[in-house]
Design a binder for this molecule. Structure first.
Ligand SMILES: [Zn+2]
Length: 93
């Protein structure tokens, strides 16, 4: 459980960057930009690890699409994920 202080900090981060586009639970702590597509990813500290290791869970993969990301972006490319079921095909974790 979060302490009052941790919650306060998380709420402030959430105000700044919004919710993580991958898990939809944690406050986004980082914004990284895909240099090819110019798309920005707003993710929490946990999901950045999944994203750059092409190891998103199916739930997180589809959350990224719902957040407006495209399967044509490098990090979500079909070499890395089965687009139908969201399964990571070359997970590095
Ligand atoms: Zn997250």
């Amino acid at each position: 459980m979060m302490t009052g202080l941790a919650k306060e900090v998380a709420d402030k981060e959430s105000e700044k960057y919004g919710r993580c586009e991958s898990c939809n639970e944690n406050a986004a702590a980082l914004i990284i930009t895909d240099l090819r597509s110019g798309k920005a990813y707003r993710v929490c500290h946990n999901c950045i690890i999944e994203l750059v290791n092409v190891s998103l869970t199916p739930e997180h993969f589809f959350n990224m699409l719902k957040a407006g990301h495209s399967k044509h972006e490098f990090w979500l490319h079909d070499d890395f994920y089965d687009w139908n079921i969201g399964e990571a095909l070359q997970p590095k974790l």
